[in-house]
Design a protein around this ligand. Structure first.
Ligand code: GLU
Length: 397
């Protein structure tokens, strides 16, 4: 009997990627929960708020009215219109519905954009720390990740000068994520503009992941999508997950020049077809409906940031950048390496999970070895309790 060579069981393409570091932790945590263990979950970043009532009602109404069929791959016209209208009103962008593709989550919108733009050997500049999936999605496309470290002491900022130093003749794209996950850093509009201008001049695409764009705490939120004169090199990727507390609904979108949008639609036509019809109807209600829920949630995240910063800085030997947006803190924990047999952030997060019953994500998945990520999009009680457990555990090592 011929034996299967394990290495040949699956494609080289799939062997180039790893399971999402965030979702791996979600799986591990749910196993512990199934055993009855009471965990405080700072893991996958998702708002604890229920989805606002009017959005849920729109979904229920969509079911009742039988909006339960296939739709155009890129989404129903009213959704594509609602996406461009909302973006224009909030950021001053100028997209047409033909430049929009609605996707099953922001992650798919990003995946689509990268598969459409990146060929084998193309380089993609990824500022570090980065969201876990950027690297794997680029590698799946056959691209080469060019990591561009940012300096924590300088607030994890990215400058056009730094980007210029990373560009080579093979550079195809750069991924910009502001407010950033996991750092919470927000890049000033003028710096984003300088980076986009530079990319435009060099014929490089800027893939803008703006999942947290409404969660910039100071000043008016800014989208690179508003830089209309450079539009030909900009792909905006957005999500309703964080803005409207809709993580499980899976609704994201991209806005890009029409040939790219068409290619994204073609890819999606062979993958998911359209996103869920019911969710599309709910998304229209979210985008066209009252926006006070967005501001209310942001205000709570800002209050939670204070509790998070106070709690984390109260733990001996831990230091932490104060985030300017999103809902993560990214504390440095490397002073605990060497204590209690812990050598890495992954080991520390593992021990926190199994021994302190607090879920965190180790920094390795985000490209740095000295940090863990904490999502503070949880209730105040949970935040305080989780930080209390962390302090007690770490200081006892
Ligand atoms: N924003 C979430 C996080 O980074 C997404 C989870 C994921 O899909 O990886 O935790």
């Amino acid at each position: 009997m011929p034996t299967l060579n394990a290495a040949k069981q699956v494609s080289d393409r799939i062997n180039r990627i790893e399971v999402s570091a965030t979702l791996a932790v979600v799986n591990e945590a749910s196993k512990l929960r199934a055993k009855g263990i009471d965990l405080v979950d700072f893991g996958a970043g998702e708002p604890f708020f229920p989805t606002p009532r009017h959005i849920k009602d729109a979904a229920i109404d969509a079911i009742e009215k039988n909006f339960t069929k296939y739709t155009a791959v890129a989404g129903i016209p009213e959704l594509r219109q609602a996406i461009v209208d909302r973006h224009r009103a909030d950021f001053g962008s100028d997209y047409s519905p033909l430049e929009v593709v609605a996707s099953t989550g922001g992650k798919l919108a990003l995946f689509d954009a990268i598969q459409v733009l990146v060929d084998h050997g193309d380089e993609v500049i990824i500022p570090v720390p980065y969201w876990v999936s950027f690297k794997d999605i680029v590698q799946y496309a056959g691209g080469v990740c060019v990591y561009l470290p940012t300096d924590e002491a300088a607030g994890f900022q990215l400058t056009a000068e730094m980007v210029a130093g990373a560009i080579t003749p093979r550079t195809r794209a750069i991924i910009l994520n502001s407010p950033g996950n996991p750092s919470g850093a927000v890049f000033p509009p003028q710096e984003i503009e300088a980076i986009v201008r530079l990319a435009h001049e060099r014929g490089i695409y800027v893939i803008v992941d703006e999942c947290y764009v409404y969660l910039a705490y100071e000043g008016k939120p800014f989208s690179a999508g508003s830089l209309t004169k450079y539009k030909e090199h900009i792909v905006v990727v957005g999500s309703l997950s964080k803005t409207y507390s809709m993580t499980g609904w899976r609704m994201g979108y991209s806005m890009s020049p029409e040939p790219i949008a068409k290619a994204i639609g073609k890819l999606q036509s062979q993958m998911t077809s359209s996103s869920n019809h019911i969710v599309q109807k709910a998304a229209v209600a979210a985008l066209n409906g009252p926006q006070d829920c967005v501001q209310e949630m942001k205000r709570e995240y800002m209050a939670l940031r204070e509790i998070a910063m106070q709690g984390i800085c109260d733990i001996a030997a831990v230091s932490c950048y104060r985030p300017a947006g999103a809902f993560y803190i990214y504390p440095r924990i490397e002073k605990y390496f060497g204590k209690g047999g812990i050598k890495t952030a992954a080991e520390l997060a593992h021990r926190l999970l199994h021994e302190a019953h607090v879920v965190t994500i180790p920094g390795e998945g985000f490209g740095t070895d000295e940090h863990i990520r904490i999502s503070y999009a949880v209730t105040r009680e949970d935040l305080k309790e989780g930080l209390r457990r962390m302090k007690a555990y770490l200081e006892s090592l």
